[in-house]
Design a protein around this ligand. Structure first.
Ligand SMILES: [Cu+2]
Length: 163
C-alpha cells in the first residue's frame, strides 16, 4: 500500500508541474479595442497576449474583405501591425496566428470599424486545429496515471495472494 501512495503522490506532483506549462497564450487586449469605432484609420494596431510569443507568429490586415499591406512586428507578448500604404475607412479585421510558449499555435481575429464602416466578426482566439507543437495533452497524463495505478494495484494484489 505504501508503494501505491508514493506513486500516487508522484503522479500528482508530475501532473501539477506539467499543467501550468501547457497553457496556451490568449489575446488579452488590443488597441484599437475589438468592436470599437474610430474616426480615422489607426497608424498601428497592437495586439497584447498573455505571454511572450514564439516565432513564427503572424498577423495580417484586412479592410472591407481585402488584404492590405502591413508590416508586422513581434515584440515580446505584443504583435504590432502597421499599414504600410494609405489606410482608408472601412471594416477592419486583424487576423492573427501566434505561437504560444508551449509551441501551440493560437488563431483569432480582432475587428473594428473606421468611419462609417461596419464592425466585422471577431474571434477572441482559439488553439488552432492543426496544433503541431510540443506538449502532451492533459488527457494523456490522466490516462498514464490510471494505467500506473491499475498496474501497481495489480502487483499489490498479486503480492498478497502469493503470501
Ligand atoms: Cu498549449
Amino acid at each position: 500500500m505504501r508503494a501505491i501512495r508514493v506513486l500516487l503522490l508522484l503522479f500528482v506532483v508530475v501532473a501539477l508541474g506539467v499543467g501550468p506549462a501547457q497553457a496556451h497564450t490568449s489575446l488579452v487586449s488590443s488597441d484599437p479595442a475589438d468592436g470599437s469605432r474610430l474616426d480615422a484609420p489607426p497608424e498601428q494596431v497592437v495586439l497584447t497576449f498573455s505571454e511572450n510569443l514564439r516565432q513564427p507568429s503572424e498577423a495580417s490586415l484586412v479592410v472591407d474583405g481585402e488584404a492590405v499591406d502591413a508590416s508586422v512586428e513581434v515584440d515580446g507578448s505584443r504583435v504590432l501591425v502597421s499599414p504600410t500604404g494609405d489606410a482608408s475607412d472601412g471594416s477592419y479585421q486583424v487576423h492573427f496566428r501566434v505561437l504560444s510558449d508551449d509551441g501551440h499555435p493560437v488563431t483569432g481575429t480582432v475587428a473594428f470599424a473606421v468611419g462609417t464602416g461596419s464592425v466585422a466578426e471577431s474571434d477572441s482566439g482559439e488553439p488552432a486545429d492543426d496544433a503541431d507543437g510540443g506538449g502532451v495533452p492533459a488527457p494523456v497524463w490522466w490516462l498514464a496515471g490510471v494505467v500506473v495505478i491499475v498496474a501497481v494495484a495489480g502487483l499489490a494484489l498479486r503480492g498478497r495472494r502469493s503470501r
